[in-house]
Ligand binder design. Structure first.
Ligand code: FE
Ligand code: FE
Ligand code: ZN
Length: 277
């Protein structure tokens, strides 16, 4: 099954996101668990969740991707910032129990001058403090562009984090095509080679979701500027290889391209066509 969708605004609740997804031809979607710049989350509306779960079943939506606010940093040199990240991640995971069986993706963090090894240790410490056996959510580390002091710009760094997490069966990876290209992996020219390398270092069984983005910058640029499909350095041809790649079938694929809803509808239709639907 081909699961394709995009990032949607959660401001009108879950049912509204489900209906929007279906209206633009999506059968999965991504949403922020709270304001992307951080801050307090809205209380979960259980009526909205019930209505959404019924809608999801009726419209055969696939696994969803929740995204943590991108400002949290579990490996900041500032202890208060680390503590805030820990509280936010723990609270989000509690809230995710209302939608069991889905994915929760976060940016591993930026070490802000402490060095990669310290960053990796602090990220793993955070995960070890918040993951609970009763959670029914898979937590994903996102592959990063390696901008500034970001941790997770290489598969090796993600592997080192995973190796230090005790409840490792709760963990997976989300591959962002813009980020890996910016990180120096030429996924446009050689998707097979990049996925073989992912398998060698991390293991493809850990790969749970894909962010489908073109990049405004060439391979290895470490910039993290997303482009619309076919309007960046990866190019449309790369995406026809990516969406049809045997290693990526059945994974939720989520667009995070600079688009309004009609733009997302067009990209979803394009990717469906590339997939052979
Ligand atoms: Fe992200
Ligand atoms: Fe992403
Ligand atoms: Zn990005």
């Amino acid at each position: 099954m081909f699961y394709i969708g995009c990032h949607l605004s959660s401001s009108r609740g879950f049912l509204a996101m489900g209906e929007t997804a279906v209206s633009i031809g999506a059968n999965t979607f991504q949403f922020f668990t709270r304001n992307p710049r951080g801050g307090k989350a809205k209380a979960i509306d259980t009526n909205d969740v019930q209505a959404f779960l019924a809608y999801t079943a009726a419209h055969q939506l696939g696994t969803l991707v929740a995204h943590a606010p991108y400002t949290i940093n579990p490996c900041s040199k500032d202890a208060h910032t680390r503590e805030f990240a820990r509280m936010t991640l723990a609270d989000d995971l509690k809230r995710m129990n209302y939608l069991p069986g889905n994915l929760y993706n976060f940016h591993p963090g930026s070490h802000t001058g402490q060095g990669t090894e310290t960053g990796i240790r602090q990220i793993a410490d955070t995960l070890n403090a918040i993951l609970k056996p009763e959670h029914r959510t898979t937590v994903l580390l996102e592959t990063m562009a390696g901008k500034g002091t970001e941790v997770g710009g290489s598969f090796e760094e993600l592997r080192e984090i995973l190796d230090r997490v005790e409840l490792t069966e709760k963990m997976g990876v989300c591959l962002d095509t813009c980020h890996v290209s910016d990180g120096g992996y030429d996924i446009a020219a050689d998707p097979d080679g990049v996925l073989t390398e992912f398998d060698r270092v991390i293991g493809l069984e850990r790969l749970k979701a894909v962010h489908v983005n073109d990049s405004l910058n060439p391979v290895g640029a470490h910039k993290d500027r997303h482009a619309r499909i076919g309007e960046g350095y990866l190019g449309a041809e790369a995406f026809s290889r990516i969406v049809t790649h045997p290693a990526l079938q059945d994974l939720p694929m989520v667009l995070e391209t600079p688009n309004d809803l009609p733009g997302y509808a067009r990209e979803i239709a394009l990717l469906r066509q590339m997939h052979g639907e």
